[in-house]
Design a protein around this ligand. Structure first.
Ligand code: HEM
Ligand code: HEM
Length: 456
């Protein structure tokens, strides 16, 4: 069985397959969540299906299971290729995979049974945290030992990003989950709100973002068959994102009585984020300029391109959302849910999918079972996510403006119903895309039959 076999590139393959499975599980959970919000009485009173339990199961599955697994799995392929060395240990890789997958699974089962730390994206209780931290450490050791034994002296920027993501994530996962305090997994009061968002923001900016940028920096030059426009620019982007992203988590709690200086740091840092984001986008744009046709002829190229467009959009909205005047309308409503799906699925998830579709055929030396299915997945996701985003942004603006005008929250709820139904409907396209992707991947790996298309 794939998940147990020790073979060249087996770890990367098993991580990418696991990600496709988590994609199906995570989006299905999201679909049940959305059903709850569209028809609250339909599946009430089944304890493990209540919204409060299912929501963190959805978010943790898609963030760690789908996005994290695909991007770190891509790392298991990229690090050996970029260092021109075989992976230090496939066995260690498989061990990491098992610890990682079992932690995600047990975290979710425990959430379903009602065991939660009740802090966003840090809901898993401490035994699961230990598993996740162990998996990060095992992956780090494997990447590091491979890199130390490298044939290639120059380290391409993707390698820097992969290491930064693991080191930073390990540290803020440890502190953010208050692992030394297993009883609650938290501090108390406002200090905990700060810690929780230092952590929550780290998951976005120092776990998913650098991993996705690492994979994009690899795929764009390879697929568009053009050298990277500027290595210096890539390093400017690398250092500025580390300096800026690490301390702006307080922009999630600007409406709370945290110290003013912290709000100022968070807001100015958020606006400055345009710098590292622009360096990545300009650098990759100038690399692929004039080669968009070549890029789009490849399914991974298409996914990565769309991922970068969503990245641009989400990072234009992000700094604006950090402004108190804008937050008065957008905070705590569906506007933020729209932003999160655009970032996590549109940017990081699309680039994770690009990694899957680029790397799998290269590892197994065979084309995809059916490139058309991957194309269908792409279009379902483009349509589903665009609709999802427009529906929720509109809903958020209606909520925000009603509240600003003094309307009671309960009176705005009936207005939301149609948007919740439309969100469920647009989410079905995303769920369908996840199932089609898993089918295509399983057929590619295990039952290719007669190959229908050439190498993507
Ligand atoms: C320049 C970049 C970005 C900035 C300045 C930014 C800013 C913000 C702000 C201010 C919020 C809080 C909104 C509120 O609660 O009122 C937020 C929420 C969020 N952002 Fe971003 N964002 C950026 C990019 C991204 C990216 C790239 C992703 C995904 C990879 C992302 C994912 C999220 C998520 C998941 C939330 C929701 C957090 C929650 O559960 O409340 N953001 N962002
Ligand atoms: C891989 C795809 C997906 C990703 C990466 C993703 C990610 C997320 C994230 C990060 C949040 C937390 C948002 C926040 O607090 O700001 C969230 C919440 C949610 N997602 Fe998803 N999601 C995905 C697919 C879906 C799908 C397909 C549906 C529906 C059919 C869905 C429905 C929901 C619902 C209902 C919530 C809770 C919203 C609320 O609390 O009001 N998600 N998702």
């Amino acid at each position: 069985m794939q998940l147990l076999k020790v073979e060249p590139n087996g770890t990367a393959k098993a991580f990418l397959l696991s990600s496709a499975i988590w994609f199906v599980v995570g989006t299905t959970l999201g679909g049940i969540d959305a059903t709850h919000l569209a028809a609250p009485e339909l599946i009430d009173n089944i304890p493990f299906l209540v919204f409060g339990r299912l929501r963190p199961m959805h978010t943790n599955t898609v963030i760690f299971g789908f996005v994290g697994t695909s991007l770190m799995g891509a790392g298991f392929y990229l690090i050996p290729v970029m260092t021109r060395t075989v992976l230090y240990s496939e066995r260690l890789g498989k061990l990491a995979l098992w610890v990682w997958n079992l932690s995600i699974l047990s975290g979710n089962v425990l959430l379903g049974l009602g065991y939660s730390q009740s802090r966003e994206y840090a809901e898993w209780i401490w035994p699961v945290d230990i598993g996740i931290l162990t998996a990060f450490a095992l992956i780090f050791v494997n990447y590091l030992m491979t890199t130390l034994r490298r044939q290639e002296k120059i380290l391409y920027v993707s390698v820097w990003y992969l290491f930064a993501a693991l080191v930073f994530t390990w540290c803020f996962y440890f502190f953010g989950n208050a692992v030394w305090n297993p009883r609650t997994g938290s501090l108390a009061g406002l200090a905990d709100a700060n810690l929780a968002w230092f952590y929550g923001h780290g998951i976005i900016g120092l776990f998913m973002t650098p991993l996705a940028v690492a994979v994009a920096y690899y795929i764009v030059p390879i697929v568009s068959r053009a050298p990277l426009y500027s290595h210096s620019l890539s390093l400017i982007g690398f250092w500025t994102i580390l300096v800026l992203y690490s301390h702006i988590g307080a922009h999630h709690i600007i409406q709370t009585p945290i110290p003013t200086w912290l709000k100022v740091v968070a807001i100015t840092g958020s606006l400055s984020m345009l710098l590292p984001v622009a360096t990545v986008l300009v650098n990759l744009w100038l690399t692929m300029r004039g080669r968009l046709g070549v890029l789009h002829a490849n399914i991974a190229g298409k996914f990565v391109f769309a991922g970068l467009v969503w990245y641009a959009l989400v990072c234009i909205a992000g700094p604006l959302q950090a402004l108190p005047s804008v937050q008065r309308v957008t905070h705590l409503n569906n506007w933020v849910i729209a932003h999160s799906h655009l970032g996590v699925l549109g940017f990081a998830g699309f680039i994770g999918l690009a990694g899957i579709w680029l790397i799998i055929p290269r590892i197994i030396g065979r084309p995809l079972y059916e490139k058309r299915l991957a194309d269908i997945q792409y279009w379902l996701l483009i349509f589903g996510l665009t609709a999802f985003h427009l529906v929720l942004s509109t809903a958020g603006l209606i909520q925000g403006n009603s509240w600003l005008n003094g309307e009671a929250i309960y009176r705005t709820l009936p207005m939301m119903h149609i948007y919740m139904v439309l969100r469920l409907f647009s989410g079905l396209f995303i769920i369908g895309a996840a199932y089609i992707g898993l089918y295509n991947l399983l057929r590619t790996l295990y039952w290719p039959g007669k190959i229908k298309e050439g190498l993507p």
